[in-house]
Design a protein around this ligand. Structure first.
Ligand code: PMP
Length: 330
């Protein structure tokens, strides 16, 4: 019989898929690492499993304990899956810009969800960071993974995602492109690939215009899960050879193209990373093997990126003369 003992055995080992139609002008290979093949539907299953196992080993999480985390959704799903398999409770705290679809998914897994305003600074008592800190103090047996400072976050990418990419491309990867949220993905994968290639693989961060990583002040942008208004310790500030700022409009246009032209129904941060990756691949020439990581699937964003009314509300469908938007409207 061929079966898995637990859903947790299905975390990682995601496939690489070639991007062709959205790669006009690209002479080399542009490959996508499609993280929605993880059981919880995103790259965050990887760090959720590692952070919980780390906490168990370090004696921070005990039987019957509660996991409390500020999360934009994906880390919550990953933690909820791991918590169920291991018998823990979950309370998640999200900013109100996170789509209702995403919050309902967390509830469906049996987690409790607390919603906080987006438009307050991190140090404000109502911010989702502050509220989660308070809940950790109030709840007995609570443990906060804190994906923004937990070393198991970048470590999971250093030990798993990076080696997967190196093996899948038979060491021929020349560029790795990813969005930066906590920075765990790019820092862990980047460090592994730099070491494996003696510094040859170029690490390129994709960042929403306005975020600190590409020189902005922190707000506002609409793409979810990437960009920050502070510098998390999980981000290695020396890892990127280059950071490309991408507008919401470009991100959403590419996100819709990925669904319509490549049959990849992915989230806005995947579209954002793909914009940067296509640019890198166009500039890199025929021998390049550019890999872009697509963090999650698009079903959590049907009422946003994939909804014409929502795009129009933010002005992304009004300027039809713009080529990028023309693609969206097709
Ligand atoms: N995209 C989405 C949708 C995410 O949820 C995240 C994680 N916050 C990222 C990208 C960025 O990944 P990382 O935190 O590893 O930088």
């Amino acid at each position: 019989m061929r079966y898995y003992e637990s859903l947790l055995d299905l975390v990682g080992n995601t496939p690489l898929v070639r991007l062709s139609r959205v790669a006009e002008g690209v002479e080399g290979l542009l490959l996508a690492k499609v993280e929605y093949f993880n059981p919880g539907g995103s790259v965050k299953d990887r760090i959720a499993l590692r952070m919980v196992e780390g906490a168990e080993q370090d004696g921070l999480l005990h039987e019957g304990g509660t996991i409390v985390e500020p999360t934009s959704g994906n880390t919550g799903v990953g933690l909820a899956i791991v918590a169920q398999a291991k018998g823990y409770k979950c309370v998640f705290v999200c900013p109100d810009k996170v789509s209702e679809d995403k919050r309902n998914v967390l509830k469906a897994y049996g987690a409790e969800v607390v919603v906080c305003p987006t438009a307050v600074p991190p140090e404000h008592p109502d911010s989702y960071y502050s509220v989660s800190d308070r809940l950790v103090k109030e709840i007995d047996g609570a443990w906060k993974p804190d994906q923004y400072s937990n070393p198991h976050n970048p470590r999971s990418h250093y030990e798993d995602t990076g080696p997967e990419l190196w093996e899948q491309t038979e060491g021929r990867i020349t560029h790795f492109v990813a969005g930066i949220g906590t920075g765990g993905t790019i820092s862990g994968v980047g460090r592994y690939l730099k070491e494996a290639s003696n510094g040859k693989v170029q690490i390129v961060g994709a960042d929403p215009e306005g975020s600190v990583y590409s020189g902005g002040t922190g707000r506002p942008y609409l793409v979810e899960g990437v960009g920050e208004d502070f510098w998390p310790t999980t981000y290695d500030q020396k890892i990127c050879d280059r950071i490309i700022a991408v507008s919401d409009q470009q991100s959403f246009a590419m996100t819709r193209r990925l669904a319509r032209e490549e049959a990849l129904l992915v989230g806005g941060s995947a579209g954002m990373a793909a914009v940067a990756a296509a640019q890198v691949a166009r500039e890199a020439g025929p021998d390049a093997v550019v890999v872009v990581l697509l963090p999650d699937g698009g079903r959590g964003y049907l009422s946003k990126v994939f909804d014409d009314g929502w795009l129009t509300q933010y002005g992304f469908l009004s300027s039809a003369s713009d080529d990028t938007v023309g693609d969206v409207l097709r």
